[in-house]
Ligand binder design. Structure first.
Ligand SMILES: [Zn+2]
Length: 160
């Protein structure tokens, strides 16, 4: 998670996108398979969230759309948004590790995380993806606060 929080902080300072990063690890070897950051601004593609980038790079590297053939872990600096939640399930990752969840990130940064189900954890676990929350929480919050203090662009559609 330390790597993910560092990448998230660097990402918005570089102007690539929002303060979000993700990484995929092979749970058996501990190897870092891929890392991704939010590339919405630099790519002008609304779906280029960190989770989608990291999962796509892992699948490309492994030449497989199915990350469940070996146990893989997705580490993200906050709970995935509505889109990335679906992408995480479809990828086949067995383990999701997040710094935190809930509206605090929306309150700090102004980003909209979409219409998440109240029972998203139970739905994930019912599909074979365990969820661990609270890893690197303080560092994640510090990155979001730095982002908010920087005055960087928040790029939700239909705002204002
Ligand atoms: Zn997302």
């Amino acid at each position: 998670m330390h790597l993910v929080n560092v990448l998230a902080g660097r990402n918005f300072r570089e102007g690539s996108g929002g303060p979000f990063a993700a990484a995929v690890f092979d749970l058996e070897s501990g190897e870092l398979v891929s890392a991704g950051v939010n590339l919405v601004l630099s790519s002008q593609l609304s779906s280029m969230h960190a989770e989608v980038v990291a999962l796509s790079l892992a699948q490309t590297r492994l030449a497989s759309w199915d990350l469940s053939t070996r146990p893989h872990q997705l580490v993200v600096n906050w709970r995935p948004c509505a889109m990335c939640y679906g992408a995480s399930i479809w990828s086949g990752v067995r383990d999701l590790v997040i710094a935190g969840a809930g509206a605090v990130v929306e309150q700090i940064t102004g980003f909209n995380e979409g219409p998440m189900r109240e029972d998203w954890r139970e739905q994930a676990e019912a599909r074979g993806m365990s969820v661990t929350e609270g890893i690197g929480y303080d560092d994640a919050i510090a990155v979001f606060q730095d982002y908010a203090d920087s005055g960087a662009e928040v790029y939700n559609p239909r705002r204002g």
